[in-house]
Design a protein around this ligand. Structure first.
Ligand code: HEC
Length: 484
């Protein structure tokens, strides 16, 4: 309400950008940083203890990939989350920054240390030439692992908070925000998830770094067996952790949000695919377990190509988990405090009786009239719907009404207004309509006009801003002056 709306029609308003950047970030952060650093440090330590330069060399080669990816795409997507959320949901990120100021400030320091440590660790690897130096080098890897886990541990507090702030909604205390009810289970879940996917990632690299063995030289094959065997332990043990913490996590998710889970997983249209979806998830887990069990046995060697399968399945699984988690939180961006469109819970009733246009900053008119109805409707759409729906692009409001009323039938304006005013009751993942009766009518007029002449809506970044003058308060008279 208090910010100009950045908006991109073809990208579901813009939230798709946040989604893509954030998913990519997690996809790099969990398996390649939080999970991989401790496993690679352990490999380095094991190689040192057992005098196995080949393992040390392998750890170094994998670290090279991790180093390049985390310091480029990893760091860029991290900043990208800031940029995209600041543009698209400034009200939410602004509130979160204020609640978590010291947490985020600490995270910033920890992140800088992480970048310094990964550079130091990777770039000094080949310079180590004595056992003493090696020990020191392993300690850098350990420090890096701790820092990397700490960055996640601090950020997970924010994610848990957004879904379920717990007693913070009464106390407004930083410490209560940090220790929200979802914090511990989600942190445990993500820690094991990171280890599991990192082990799967190391399987993946084994495909590239252990070439086919020849009859004379079976070292590559032996090396591959070593990797698969060790990482199989990690996969199986962390799977157990994922399962236990995952169950705890799920039990802490608010019931109203759990009700969103089937739409969250597949969108309304594909809800009937639930069976197939579960089958796919089942196959993903099975591929992890199967390769791990074969890896543990001494009888068969896992073929190189088979090591690629769990990685591909893992990418799908991690991406989908983040999508579902984000969706389930609807209609809130901060649970029981702020709706996804930036409206505070406490100001809702007031806006519904007084009107949102009167109190929003960037609108063309303050009061709906017959002449300005469509323009007002557009502003109401921008304020109330555009954080989730587009006009003609992805998740378009026209498509949604077409699906409900039929694309070739007339849409009854009174019925639409009634739906909009009660949309939160019928579809609990949508926030309540934050405007008055007239504004609901204006929104319907805008949607009807869009239907007649589909037009792409543009955001403040291309259209600029308009600020209608505030409605003048009635002049003070003797009667309205407060009595002393
Ligand atoms: C918090 C995000 C969010 C906001 C804000 C939001 N919606 Fe929705 N809306 C959704 C989602 C998600 C769906 C379901 C999409 C799907 O899976 O098909 C939906 C579905 C709909 C549907 C179809 C309902 C059905 O049963 O098929 C209509 C109509 C609709 N929205 C209109 C609106 C209007 C009008 C506004 C603004 C006043 C609005 N929405 C605001 C998220 C939102």
């Amino acid at each position: 309400m208090d910010f100009p709306s950045f908006y991109m029609d073809h990208l579901a308003g813009g939230r798709l950008i946040i989604g893509i950047i954030a998913s990519l970030h997690v996809l790099i952060n969990h398996p390649l940083a939080v999970g991989a650093y401790p496993l690679l440090t352990w490999m380095e330590w094991w190689a040192h203890k057992n005098n196995r330069p080949d393992i040390d060399q392998l750890a170094h080669r994998i670290t090279f990939i991790v180093f390049i990816v985390t310091t480029t795409v990893g760091a860029m997507t991290g900043v990208g989350i800031w940029l995209s959320t600041s543009l698209f949901a400034p009200f939410a990120i602004g509130s979160l920054l204020r609640v978590f100021f010291w947490g985020w400030f600490t995270e910033w320091l920890v992140f800088i240390s992480e970048v310094v440590l990964i550079c130091w660790w990777f770039l000094s690897w080949k310079k180590v030439d004595t056992p003493e130096k090696k020990k020191k080098h392993i300690r850098i890897g350990m420090a890096l692992s701790i820092m990397s886990w700490l960055t996640m541990a601090l950020i997970v507090a924010v994610l848990g908070f957004m879904m379920k702030p717990g007693v913070w909604n009464q106390t407004r205390a930083f410490i209560d925000a940090m220790t929200n009810p979802l914090y511990a289970p989600q942190l445990g879940f993500r820690t094991f998830f990171a280890l599991m996917t990192a082990a799967v990632f190391i399987w993946f690299t084994a495909f590239f770094f252990t070439k086919k063995s020849s009859a004379r030289d079976d070292r590559p094959q032996r090396l591959r067996r070593w990797i698969v065997y060790r990482m199989s332990h990690v996969v199986l043990v962390s799977m157990l952790g994922v399962f236990l913490f995952g169950t705890w996590y799920w039990n802490c998710v608010p019931e109203t949000m759990k009700a969103n889970s089937s739409v969250a997983l597949l969108t309304q249209e594909f809800m009937s695919w639930h069976g197939q979806f579960q089958t796919l998830l089942g196959w993903t887990v099975a591929s992890f377990v199967f390769i791990a069990l074969v890896g543990l046995s001494d009888i068969i060697t896992v073929p190189r190509w088979a090591l690629l399968i769990p990685s591909i399945m893992g990418i799908w699984m991690l991406g989908h988990f983040e999508r579902a988690r984000e969706f389930m939180r609807k209609p809130w961006v901060i649970g029981e405090y702020m709706y996804s469109n930036g409206i505070h819970k406490d100001e809702l009733a007031y806006l519904q009786s007084e009107g949102i246009l009167k109190h929003a900053t960037y609108v063309k008119h303050r009061e709906v009239t017959e002449a300005n109805k469509v323009e007002c409707g557009q502003d109401v759409f921008m304020l109330a719907c555009s954080r989730c729906h587009s006009t003609t692009g992805l998740n378009s409001v026209l498509d949604k009404f077409s699906a409900m009323y039929g694309a070739d039938k007339p849409w009854d304006s009174a019925g639409m207004a009634l739906f909009i005013k009660g949309m939160h009751q019928t579809r609990t993942f949508m926030p309540p309509f934050p405007g008055n009766e007239k504004e609901a009518g204006a929104l319907v007029a805008y949607i009807q006009q869009l239907r007649a002449r589909p037009e792409t809506l543009h955001g403040a970044q291309t259209e600029g801003i308009t600020i209608a003058p505030p409605i003048k308060a009635p002049a003070m008279t003797a009667e309205t002056q407060p009595q002393r």
